[in-house]
Design a protein around this ligand. Structure first.
Ligand SMILES: C[S@@+](CC[C@H](N)C(=O)[O-])C[C@H]1O[C@@H](n2cnc3c(N)ncnc32)[C@H](O)[C@@H]1O
Length: 211
């Protein structure tokens, strides 16, 4: 639905409304607390992670495929004191050089990237050796009954959520891109239906060499 009326004029506001709740702030803060050095964020959205980066982070390269998202992020960027360089492009094809970043961050975005495996390979490529990929994502539950609902409701969610999938198994996808997962928490977001609120929060390191 990229480039459609819905993507341009409806989804950015829906995203800001649904993702800016206080209940998510604590999880964002927890996920981002160790970030430092050269930082890239994929799926920057309306910039909701900005207040949660540690003070040591003074600049971020931000990638999002939807130009309208960045427009909504403007006020948050101006307020944050972090210098944000905005790239309107898809995470599957990054123009950045190999081994450019200490950290790459993705929150609630791996669910939506059409070729998520390709994007994860790109994230791995642009990370420095021993660099870290920090993720906070919703995805496939480990409860069979919930999984059944996730598969059932996935086609509808893809429409409402502008390509968002309910049933991606995030840890397997990350491992499939030659990362080592060094920390992983699985939990349900409080007060959110289980089919959409099952989360994966983790850190994945790029090995020194994949040989
Ligand atoms: C649900 S929003 C999450 C935004 C933000 N990360 C947050 O935590 O609030 C998903 C974001 O991923 C972006 N996105 C979707 N597909 C993408 C792609 N292929 N490459 C880069 N960004 C993409 C969307 O435009 C949207 O801003």
């Amino acid at each position: 639905m990229s480039g459609s009326f819905y993507s341009k004029f409806v989804f950015p506001y829906l995203c800001e409304l649904t993702m800016s709740g206080k209940s998510l702030s604590g999880f964002r803060q927890d996920a981002l607390q160790e970030i430092n050095g050269e930082v890239l964020e994929i799926g920057f959205g309306t910039g909701l992670n900005l207040p949660h980066f540690p003070e040591t982070v003074q600049k971020i390269d931000a990638v999002d495929v939807n130009p309208r998202m960045h427009r909504l992020a403007r006020k948050r960027i101006d307020k944050s004191g972090i210098a944000v360089t905005n790239y309107v492009l898809s995470g599957e094809h990054l123009p950045m050089d190999d081994a450019s970043y200490d950290y790459v961050v993705c929150t609630f975005t791996l669910c939506s990237i059409p070729d998520v495996s390709q994007a994860l390979l790109e994230i791995n490529r642009v990370l420095k050796p021993r660099g870290n990929f920090v993720f906070l994502e919703h995805g496939l539950s480990d409860v069979t009954k919930v999984q059944a609902w996730q598969h059932r409701l996935n086609p509808l969610q893809k429409k409402i959520g502008d390509g968002c999938h309910l049933n991606r198994k995030i840890d397997d996808l990350v491992l499939g891109a030659s990362f080592e997962i060094t920390s992983l928490k699985r939990f349900h977001l409080p007060s959110v239906p289980k089919f959409i609120g099952h989360c994966y929060q983790g850190i994945a390191a790029k090995p020194l060499s994949s040989d």
